[in-house]
Design a protein around this ligand. Structure first.
Ligand code: AP5
Ligand code: MG
Length: 209
């Protein structure tokens, strides 16, 4: 099963993807996580994209497409994958269609006030990338990841100015993908407002699994 998770920043794509990976036995490919790992490792890619990401802008299509194309050529994705955060522009979607055929695009439908609440309370594990939340998904021990014991931090792009910028960028550049995929008959709309456990039930029902 080849899936795209499409939706605004903070919609819960990454959180549901972690559970969907367990359910479906296919890997999650998060372009945001790949970029953050490159930034942490100070690779040439990381140095190039750090300020763009911190400001809440999009990395250029050429760089992002090349990265995903390379990732989708690997053995572990031949059975399927969850693309979390890609494509984010029409040119990215058009490029993807030339090297992989997706089965479904899950569209996370959620209003701005909910995403602002989710992003401003998000806390992320530095080591494994798991997304906690100060109200909705607290770690058992403050500042320590439940899963790997890693240190928990606040993403630089979860500052209020960067959140606002990402919402504008989403509306201008990513939201047009909703119609793009609807016209292709691939879109599966899900209400992304409910809490995390309920989202798992909603997803299973929508997918018929
Ligand atoms: P990326 O990492 O993809 O960030 P994003 O789209 O801004 O989305 P997030 O990962 O922040 O949100 P999410 O939907 O995964 O929500 P989460 O599950 O964490 O990208 C970062 C940056 O990289 C981009 O801004 C861009 O610069 C660059 N980039 C990435 N891909 C690119 C591309 N294709 N092209 C160009 N540039 C690209 O949940 C959020 C919070 O809510 C968490 O705290 C979580 O615990 C909580 N939560 C989750 N679900 C629920 C729920 N159901 N109920 C209550 N709380 C919940
Ligand atoms: Mg994410």
């Amino acid at each position: 099963m080849k899936l795209i998770f499409l939706g605004p920043p903070g919609a819960g794509k990454g959180t549901l993807a972690v559970r969907a990976v367990e359910m479906l036995g296919i890997p999650q490919i998060s372009t945001g996580s790949i970029f953050r790992a490159a930034i942490a490792a100070k690779t040439p890619l990381g140095l190039k994209v750090k300020s763009i990401i911190d400001e809440g802008k999009l990395v250029d299509d050429e760089t992002t497409i090349a990265l995903v194309k390379e990732r989708l050529a690997m053995d572990d994705v031949q059975k399927g994958y969850i693309l979390d955060g890609f494509p984010r522009t029409i040119p990215q979607a058009e490029a993807l269609a030339t090297f992989s055929a997706v089965d479904k695009v899950v569209n996370f439908d959620i209003p701005d006030p909910n995403v602002i609440e989710r992003l401003s309370g998000r806390r992320v594990c530095k080591a494994c990338g798991y997304n906690f939340h100060v109200l909705f998904n607290k770690p058992k021990k403050e500042g320590v990841c439940d899963y790997c014991g890693g240190e928990i931090y606040i993403r630089d792009d979860d500052k209020p100015e960067a959140i606002q910028k990402r919402l504008v960028v989403y509306r201008e550049q990513t939201a047009p993908l909703i119609d793009y995929y609807r016209k292709k008959g691939l879109l599966l709309d899900i209400d992304a407002k409910p809490m995390i456990d309920e989202m798992e039930v909603i997803f299973k029902k929508a997918m018929g699994i």
